[in-house]
Ligand binder design. Structure first.
Ligand code: SF4
Ligand code: SF4
Length: 447
């Protein structure tokens, strides 16, 4: 037996004399009592083990804090990352862009330079349904979950009705599962629209909201700069928040944590905060051209400043009694390097995997009208960047995931989508705070 190389221990937490222990491979987070700590240290230093040590170590082995041998644990991490890269989950996830058009003109929009004309027509919407049903069959999925976004997805509700309607029929006729979400700017999210979509499987809505009125309206103005988009969104939220799970997504700049706090206080003053499913902070990230944002959850950040800022925002949520939307200790699963990474169906018929590189045709999955997948898709899946770090002794490998962090960050910094990037600086800054906060969340809200 050996202590797992994927243990991360935080001394004097949550109380002096105790320690928090987290295993990056198995995802277990526990308080390490002093006698358990001593047993683990005796094992690490090959000191004599007493019967009580054996019992405690067996308990810790059950949670992955103790491994049979270095070789056995190496096999486990290989299995874990191969499954993350090549396995298929029970629910097939996909994203459908109904249109590239938008009625807002956000200052940081990474789609601003793209062609806004494409709109998913009825024929292509029906093709999306057929393609998803075929893929669910190929991967053995028990269900399908779709997120509609854009542009502004509600500018083309017909496409949502065709795709969701087709998949809802498939669910009913085949005893499968289907649900969908919307990622919307919220300006067209009326009660009537939500009531129309609920019977087709609408389960949750993510609404972009970048602050209280002055901040939001400066960052997310209506095209033509007429009226307050914030006022329209707030009126809509008040109408729909009791019908469907709503999570505002707040894209913040790392230089101003007061914006996130201001929004939470504004939502509380309107009696909305505790009727929401959660609030999701999302850091504004650099895209290839230096603008735009990454795919969300802070997972693409690689620097210490972003780590601290992201944790600060999550702590603000917890202080106000709101549970963060995501597990703070989950791994990065870059869609580009994972077979199950959601396909993104664009309105021009292209199929992609990463929202930030939809203009790079050689990196797309394929096209709707063809069953053939592109060579670039296979090259990314087969590249397995994680193997570079397998024997590095780095405890963060399972958190960095099969793509070793964000491949767009690699492209931006090295010029090669498969180039070497390291998330160590981020993990070292992020993990201690995330362990503390996740423990606090479990105390406050339960497992
Ligand atoms: S490269 Fe991967 S992690 Fe980075 S933004 Fe794209 S999908 Fe997300
Ligand atoms: S990329 Fe860096 S942090 Fe991630 S596993 Fe490799 S060495 Fe560790």
């Amino acid at each position: 037996m050996i202590p797992s190389r994927y243990n991360v221990i935080l001394n004097d937490e949550p109380h002096p004399g105790e320690a928090l222990i987290f295993n990056t491979l198995h995802g277990a987070l526990f308080v390490l009592e002093p006698d358990y700590r001593q047993s683990l240290e005796r094992l690490a230093t090959r000191a004599e083990l007493f019967p009580a040590d054996h019992q405690r170590l067996a308990e810790m082995a059950g949670e992955g804090f103790v491994a049979k041998s270095a070789e056995a644990e190496r096999d486990q991490v290989i299995h874990h990352l191969e499954r993350a890269a090549h396995g298929h989950p029970e629910i097939l996830a996909a994203k459908v862009l109904t249109t590239m058009a938008c009625n807002l003109d956000c200052v940081y929009c990474f789609e601003a330079q793209m062609d806004r004309a494409p709109r998913l027509g009825p024929e292509d919407a029906a093709r999306v349904v057929a393609r998803l049903i075929a893929r669910a069959g190929e991967t053995g999925a028990a269900g399908i979950a779709v997120d509609f976004y854009g542009g502004e997805p509600l500018l083309n509700p017909e496409a949502i009705l065709i795709v969701a309607g087709g998949l809802e029929d498939w669910r009913r006729e085949n005893g499968r599962q289907f649900s969908f979400s919307l990622t919307t700017n919220g300006t067209l999210l009326t009660r009537a629209m939500v009531e129309r979509l609920l019977p087709l499987g609408l389960s949750q809505v993510r609404v972009s909201l970048d602050g209280a009125a002055p901040v939001h309206d400066a960052r997310r103005p209506f095209r033509g700069r007429t009226g307050s988009s914030h006022a329209v969104i707030m009126a809509n939220l008040a109408e729909v928040v009791d019908l469907v799970r709503v999570t505002p997504i707040v894209t913040c700049s790392a230089s101003d944590p007061g914006v996130f706090a201001g929004l939470l206080d504004d939502l509380a003053a309107r009696a909305l905060l505790h009727r929401l499913a959660s609030v999701q902070p999302s850091l504004e990230q650099r895209r290839l051209d230096g603008q735009g944002r990454a795919c969300g959850d802070g997972a693409c950040a690689l620097d210490a400043e972003s780590a601290h800022f992201f944790l600060e925002m999550q702590a603000m949520l917890v202080e106000r009694g709101v549970r963060p939307r995501t597990d703070l200790l989950s791994a990065t699963n870059c869609a580009l390097c994972s077979e199950s990474g959601p396909w993104i169906f664009a309105p021009d018929g292209a199929i992609h995997k990463c929202p930030l590189i939809m203009d790079q045709d050689h990196l797309r999955v394929g096209r709707l009208e063809s069953q053939t997948l592109e060579p670039g898709y296979f090259r990314l899946i087969a590249s397995e960047p994680w193997r570079r770090c397998l024997d590095s002794g780095c405890p963060y490998l399972p958190l960095c995931g099969p793509g070793l962090g964000c491949r767009v960050e690699a492209l931006r910094t090295t010029g090669d989508i498969l180039g070497q990037v390291c998330a160590r600086q981020f993990q070292e800054a992020y993990l201690p705070g995330a362990m503390r906060l996740e423990y606090r969340i479990q105390e406050l809200f339960g497992e």
